[in-house]
Write a protein that binds this ligand. Structure first.
Ligand SMILES: *Cc1c(COP(=O)(O)O)cnc(C)c1O
Length: 420
């Protein structure tokens, strides 16, 4: 595989490597951009080489340093997937990664790989709606209980709840900033809890859903995470045209996840991996532009008479108790804003139906700006009471800022707020 840098002392920045890393033009007639390896299977050069491939792929033997294993079959490995995995790992400073057919496939394959009946999962709250459903409804059917913790619970309180739950802790799972409130979970604290419940036979991994800020504005591995999970449908893909997921982390923590991906068949398709590769050279450009525009939009909303409150990471002031955590953990405020309109659902709906440039759609992190009503859309399953406890009120709107001109976005918001 391609060298990351000319010298160990000065590694290149990830954005300098997104066009070339992990791919050699000579593999494909000199093509500067990797073609789509749209193939189901790969021809072995010899029977002995085929045997060796299976030994390594099935974990019967470790690959030797410098040994380049041949490809076998596109459910197990494929060049487009491998190039995407190597490039994504650069952003997070991860040893390795695996890409999936969706963000939910990345999350659920991680759970199946690391949790067993009788285990306890410690998971932050709130989390993405699909993750919430899986934790609350599916895992209990397989004998896996969950201890939930919120942004304001201490390590001692969470540790006591895990001890009281009775089972061995199998994983700590955190989503931060939380969707859609932008509440922060302290990852260093989560890593401490995972370490406290680890035993010499079983290391409890900390898994972090980094979809909202990562990888440009948050690097969980620097704060003790073992696994970093993405819905690559969002910022990584970034163009509103793919459903995709990824997990990055240490070789040790990824080994059972890769094996589970092989046998559940939850890997990404070569074409989706190729589209993801096409998105990565502009990842930082897009996210930085979106974050700059989000600041302008959030500042505008803060002073609008029909807006009661704005939840935006860039508005956490120095005298706020969350400021220290924000500065320690985040590298920027990102492109997600939520805000409360004075009123409730009818006022929110008049606003949403009045938007023209913002599209009324769920999802986030795309080039087009999106708006939605979490309480009745993405987060409806929890019901209004639990939603209210998590700060997801009837008057809350979630915005994902795209790459349009911020003045045009603000004009669209002004017109829509006039309808309220
Ligand atoms: C969208 C999303 C997911 C699920 O990803 P899919 O690609 O839709 O399967 C998980 N976590 C977060 C934070 C998300 O925004």
């Amino acid at each position: 595989m391609a060298e990351r840098s000319d010298s160990e002392e000065a590694p290149l920045h990830p954005e300098s490597l997104m066009m070339s890393y992990g791919y050699e033009p000579q593999w494909s007639e000199g093509a500067i951009s990797p073609p789509i390896f749209q193939t189901s299977t790969f021809v072995f050069p010899s029977a002995a080489a085929g045997k060796r491939c299976f030994e390594v792929a099935y974990g019967l033997s470790e690959a030797q340093p410098g040994e380049r294993s041949h490809l076998i079959y596109s459910r197990i490995n494929n060049p487009n997937l491998e190039i995407a995995e190597e490039r994504l790992a650069l952003w997070d400073g991860a040893e390795t990664g695996a890409v999936f057919v969706s963000g939910m496939a990345a999350i659920t394959t991680t759970f199946w790989a690391h949790l067993r009946p009788g285990d306890v999962l410690a998971a932050s709250s709130p989390v993405y709606g699909g993750t919430q459903h899986f934790i609350a409804t599916v895992l209990p059917e397989f004998g896996i209980k969950t201890v939930r913790f919120g942004p304001f619970d201490s390590a001692d309180e969470i540790g006591d709840a895990i001890e009281a739950s009775g089972g061995p802790l199998g994983m700590v799972y955190a989503e931060t900033p939380a969707n859609p409130t932008n509440d922060l979970i302290d990852l260093a604290m989560c890593a401490e809890i995972a370490a406290r419940f680890s035993t010499p036979d079983r290391k409890v991994p900390l898994a972090v859903d980094n979809t909202f800020l990562g990888p440009v504005f948050q690097r969980p591995i620097d704060h003790g995470a073992d696994l970093v999970i993405y819905s690559a449908t969002k910022y990584l893909g970034g163009h509103g045209d793919i459903i995709a997921g990824a997990v990055q982390g240490s070789r040790e923590a990824l080994r059972p996840i890769r094996a589970m991906r092989t046998f559940t068949g939850s890997m990404m398709s070569p074409f989706t991996a190729w589209l993801l590769l096409r998105s990565l050279p502009t990842l930082k450009l897009r996210m930085e532009h979106q974050a700059d525009s989000a600041r302008k939009v959030a500042d505008y909303l803060r002073h609008h008479p029909k807006v009661d409150s704005v939840h935006y990471l860039g508005h956490i002031d120095a005298d706020d108790p969350r400021h220290e955590l924000y500065k320690r953990q985040c590298l920027g405020a990102g492109g997600m804003i939520s805000f409360e309109i004075a009123g409730g659902e009818p006022e929110c709906y008049r606003f949403l139906d009045g938007l023209r440039l913002f599209k009324l759609a769920v999802s986030l992190g795309s080039v087009e700006s999106l708006a939605e009503h979490p309480c009745s859309m993405t987060h409806c399953e929890a019901g209004p009471e639990e939603n209210a406890r998590n700060g997801i009120t009837q008057s809350l709107i979630r915005l994902s800022i795209g790459v349009e001109h911020p003045d045009d976005l603000i004009r669209d918001l002004t017109n829509a707020l006039d309808q309220v």
